[in-house]
Design a protein around this ligand. Sequence first.
Ligand SMILES: CCC(=O)NCCNC(=O)CCNC(=O)[C@H](O)C(C)(C)COP(=O)(O)O
Length: 344
Amino acid sequence: MNDGALYIRATGTWLPPAERVADAVADGRCEAAVARSTRMESVTVSAGEPAPEMAARAARTALERAAAEPGDIDLVLHASFYYQGFDLWAPASYVQRAAVGNQCPAMEIRQVSNGGMAALDLAWAYLAADPARVAALLTTGDRFCPPGFDRWRSDPGTVYGDGGTALVVSRHSGFARVRSIATVSAPDLEGMHRGDDPFGPAPFSHRDVVDLDAHKRDFLARHGVAPTVARVAAAQEAVVKQALADAGLGLADIDRFVLPHLGHRRLHVAYFAKFGIDPARSTWSWSRTIGHLGAGDPFAGLDHLATAGELGPGDTCLLFGVGAGFSWSCAVVEILDAPSWRDR
Ligand SMILES: CCC(=O)NCCNC(=O)CCNC(=O)[C@H](O)C(C)(C)COP(=O)(O)O
């Protein structure tokens, strides 16, 4: 066991069937312009499975692959950002009861789309703080459904998918090692996801459906596009530079890029063009069939690469997360062994 090391023992996802973007355009659910700019092919849509249940199903897969017993798990962190099914409730405890069945601390992470990476960052520190702590279960789960969310229109540069994801991390061993993780925060940008709306006394006090584009227009009208874009770009560059430096690697050393499930235009601006990332070496060809899973994209993307047999010993992956706030996280993951559960 290496002091301070963190390993990934297993990944897991639970995704409902996908709906085709072309069908959504044909029946008016999705604007043709959004289909063109995002280049999304399909998104996973829950027929009714609740977000915490999808997370629990992903967790069961990851725990089984990790051969982890309930007593092995010393922390459960559940990240989400949309409605979890009840107005005042503890989704992390639901995941713990439904998937683990132990009594370790179970807490919720609400860091919008960066919640999965925030959980990874915090779990590493929590496990390192006590030699008796060995492993953690990290989950995400969201269901972006009506009436309050329009997966096709609530955030025009991104089309949202439903699903649960999970990671089992350990200080002792795993198929992959987390070489570094960095997180950068830009609270001066938090207004971009509230705009000019006043604080409300209850959910949906000012609008019936989430409209992130309205908040963004309000914010950019006050703060300007160019300075905001520059601020976002600078923070994105800083977090990648920090993660790579802490891992002693350069961008050229990275074999695979696990990117947020944003639409193509956003990915091109923030990742492909900015860092010279080849889309073919990213998860884009898969994520365009899934949609933005909220906090779960990094876990789902790593699970996809592992399950598809695209990861071998010595490979390095760069996991990216970005969330309203804003916050950015970036982790360097080194593959030590081919995952035992890969499809081929
Ligand atoms: C709310 C869900 C969430 O946390 N999403 C992640 C944060 N959002 C993004 O990264 C989307 C990209 N947007 C931006 O970077 C800023 O809004 C910009 C750069 C101001 C305008 O980007 P655009 O909307 O034009 O793609």
